[in-house]
Design a binder for this molecule. Structure first.
Ligand SMILES: [Zn+2]
Length: 476
């Protein structure tokens, strides 16, 4: 007996895009069927005439309730899930992946439990965590990798750079390539995936020294410190290690043409290498740093050049990049704009709420992206790569009824009132055509036309298992 029937929409399914009816029972999709073929007398009927029905967004990269160390003398934290996932719900994202940082002195399971406890009852959408391996970790921590994978947390994030210059009050994020190699061997053996922030530490840190000495500390030079060449060197070094160990790699926030090219080359060789970029990297370049709110669109590494934006869009439209993420890092506008120098601009932003709407406008409407590809880069591929598929990321019988309905007829310039997180969005002033109007999480309507209907107890912790085919060769 169906509980809900979505009729008359244009539905994005693995079998193609078309006029299907979607039947939901409890928390699951039970039927995707020809129009009129499902019973209409029992269930609640949702008329989706004129709307596009797509899998609920999967945000593969968010940092909520996360320490901010851009100003080490005045530590702060990003907003938590209770605040930020309101925007995800309204913007069509039904799952997000955050991080557990394992630093020297800590062990994997307690950190996972601590993060899970922080999220419990505080998230409007479903959630899970990558495990970040940071710093000079003792070898015993690497012995915990198999257990973490078996318990449903199979993705391990590493930073190849400290991102910012060393500071006595700031724990570095970097882990050396010796330990990365050591982790890769274990992760590969047990069916996990490496998640890599790739920048060359030597180049980045030398650039900081050099720019300080030359008196070029303005934040508008960020792309000359966090350079294209740095991404090239680090991505290539990582791919070489991945090839040697047979591990799958997911590069977060690819920002440069060099990064996209390196990923494409690795994939052409059949290596299981995947790339993510961010909507702010695709839509802005470093010229924007010079404008009054320019740093609102900054995320480390940095915005780059127009040729990089072109390469990112090519990667998103065709192949080379698999996911469009946010690197969500929500703060107040004042905190976001507090730093003005290359070593203290706050990275990340409040971007998750706009992610699907921007992907629709800039991808589908302005660049001719297919609807199938739209679903791939906003939901399906992240679910596949990170081990949530087919429970998440797809409209098919048996999957969770996580669904976003997009109204392609909406044309507006985004304003503060369109957003539900913090006191700013970097996307205010951006003209969109098409915007999410309804979001269902496991069959429950959690947002409708900007009104939040869900509850912070709706979100559930997800355990993951990555399909072996994803780890053998490029699967999406
Ligand atoms: Zn990040």
């Amino acid at each position: 007996m169906l509980d809900l029937l979505i009729r008359n929409g244009t539905v994005i399914t693995p079998q193609g895009v078309g006029a299907w009816d979607v039947g939901i029972e409890g928390e699951h999709i039970v039927a995707v069927a020809a129009p009129g073929s499902l019973p209409t007398d029992g269930p609640r009927v949702l008329d989706a005439t004129g709307l596009v029905v797509s899998p609920g967004g999967v945000e593969p990269h968010a940092h909520l309730a996360h320490p901010i160390m851009s100003h080490p003398e005045e530590p702060a934290a990003t907003l938590g899930p209770e605040e930020d996932t309101r925007g995800m719900a309204c913007g069509g994202t039904t799952t997000h992946v955050d991080f557990c940082y394992v630093r020297p002195g800590l062990d994997v399971q307690p950190v996972l439990e601590q993060r899970a406890a922080r999220w419990k009852g505080q998230s409007y959408v479903d959630y899970t965590f990558h495990i970040t391996l940071a710093g000079a970790l003792p070898l015993r921590v690497f012995d915990q990798i198999p257990e973490a994978i078996q318990s449903g947390f199979p993705s391990f994030k590493v930073f190849t750079t400290n991102v910012l210059p060393p500071h006595p009050k700031r724990a570095g994020n970097r882990i050396d390539f010796g330990r990365i190699h050591f982790a890769m061997e274990r992760v590969a053996r047990h069916g996990g995936l490496m998640v890599v922030h790739g920048e060359d530490e030597d180049l980045v840190q030398f650039n900081y020294e050099r720019f300080r000495e030359e008196g070029r500390m303005e934040g508008s030079n960020l792309h000359l410190v966090h350079t294209k060449l740095s991404e090239l060197l680090s991505f290539r070094r990582t791919v070489a290690l991945a090839e040697a160990t047979g591990v799958g790699v997911y590069f977060v926030h690819t920002s440069a043409k060099e990064g996209v090219d390196t990923i494409a080359e690795a994939r052409a060789k059949g290596l299981p290498v995947y790339g993510e970029t961010l909507h702010q990297y695709a839509c802005f370049n470093a010229e924007f740093y010079k404008t009054p709110r320019g740093f609102c669109s900054h995320t480390y590494p940095s915005l780059k050049f127009p040729e990089d934006q072109a390469a990112l869009w090519q990667g998103l439209l065709r192949d080379g990049l698999s996911t469009l993420a946010t690197d969500e890092y929500p703060t107040s506008l004042a905190l976001k704009l507090k730093g003005r120098q290359i070593d203290d601009v706050t990275g990340g932003n409040c971007g998750a709420e706009a992610r699907l709407g921007i992907a629709w406008t800039e991808g589908v409407v302005r660049r001719g992206m297919s609807l199938a590809r739209f679903a791939d880069i906003t939901a399906t591929n992240a679910a596949r790569i990170l081990g949530l598929y087919p429970r998440k990321g797809v409209l098919a019988p048996g999957s969770d009824a996580d669904i976003v309905l997009i109204d392609p007829r909406i044309k507006k310039t985004l304003a503060r009132e369109d957003f539900h997180v913090s006191d700013y969005s970097p996307w205010e002033g951006w003209a969109v055509e098409g915007w999410p109007v309804m979001t269902l999480l496991r069959g429950k309507l959690i947002a409708e036309r900007g009104t939040l209907l869900g509850s912070p107890s709706d979100g559930q912790l997800l355990k993951r298992k990555i399909d072996p085919t994803v780890l053998k060769r490029p699967a999406c």
